[in-house]
Design a protein around this ligand. Structure first.
Ligand SMILES: C[S@@+](CC[C@H](N)C(=O)[O-])C[C@H]1O[C@@H](n2cnc3c(N)ncnc32)[C@H](O)[C@@H]1O
Length: 256
């Protein structure tokens, strides 16, 4: 099986046809959260530039369709994983229920639900609920012998013990939404991908649950954050993305 490449197409089909069963050490998946539709936007935001709520055709399904879709892609992911392999799934309050049900049905062991606390979260546009400032990353493992590089993670932790020594990383990660130089923007200065994930978040996931030379797969690659960080950290990488415009962005980011 070829590695260090980006497949264009539907991730379920590609995982079934192109990825060897039992070959993948780590999957990071940032699927559609199924939250598009209301077109909220905030133009003239002075700190981070204009902001538009995710509003994409790939992110709009009925509840039964979304359940079915979640079953299909997590099922295909399960087949590609090695025994001892890990899957990290990004989600929010919109879709964590479907993700957890399917992981349990497939007998994944849930090791953590990491909370990504967005330190520069967007303001509450509706003013009818608490301001949303978190997303989650559910970590599931196939089998009992998983990789967890605790010492390497301690070195990534900005928090230290009282005596200045490294401290174990907790399951709440305060990290900003991607802005500044890291945010990939088009000529109109609008963010090219609406849900580009922070590189630091991917660094933590990849360091935690893979080793140099291992294969990291992202079935919903988007702008290519996972493959970019996997390459940087000396892992082999495979990305899958169905939209041609994002495949091009990710390829450019990978210099391929
Ligand atoms: C939430 S975004 C991922 C963003 C990515 N983590 C990043 O940092 O840029 C989800 C991506 O999955 C893609 N997508 C949606 N359905 C897909 C499918 N069935 N197969 C492959 N890609 C899909 C969308 O085009 C979108 O780019």
């Amino acid at each position: 099986m070829k590695t260090n490449l980006i497949h264009k197409g539907d991730c379920v089909e590609i995982m079934q046809k192109e990825i060897d069963k039992g070959s993948i050490d780590l999957i990071f998946a940032d699927p559609p959260y199924n939250l598009s539709g209301n077109g909220l936007q905030w133009k003239g935001n002075t700190t981070g530039g204009d902001w538009f709520m995710v509003n994409e055709a790939w992110d709009r399904m009925s509840a039964p369709e979304y359940m079915q879709f979640t079953r299909q892609w997590i099922g295909a992911s399960h087949q590609t994983l090695k025994d001892g392999g890990s899957i990290y799934i990004a989600c929010s309050y919109h879709n964590i229920a479907e993700v957890m049900i399917v992981l349990r049905q497939l007998d994944f062991k849930i090791n953590n639900i990491i909370t990504w606390q967005k330190t520069n979260a967007m303001p509450n546009m509706t003013r009818r609920v608490f301001t949303h400032s978190t997303e989650f990353i559910v970590w599931g493992v196939k089998g009992k012998k998983w990789t967890f590089n605790n010492e390497d993670l301690k070195n990534l932790n900005p928090d230290k013990q009282a005596d200045g020594s490294p401290k174990a990383l907790r399951d709440v990660w305060p990290l900003p939404l991607v802005q500044g130089k890291e945010r990939i923007r088009g000529k109109d200065n609008r963010a090219i991908h609406p849900t580009q994930k922070p590189e630091e978040l991917l660094r933590r996931v990849i360091v935690a649950s893979s080793n140099k030379g291992d294969i990291v797969l992202d079935p919903f690659l988007g702008s290519g954050t996972t493959t970019y960080m996997a390459k940087k950290l000396g892992r082999k990488w495979i990305g899958i993305e169905k939209e041609g415009k994002y495949v091009e962005v990710a390829k450019k980011r990978m210099n391929i």
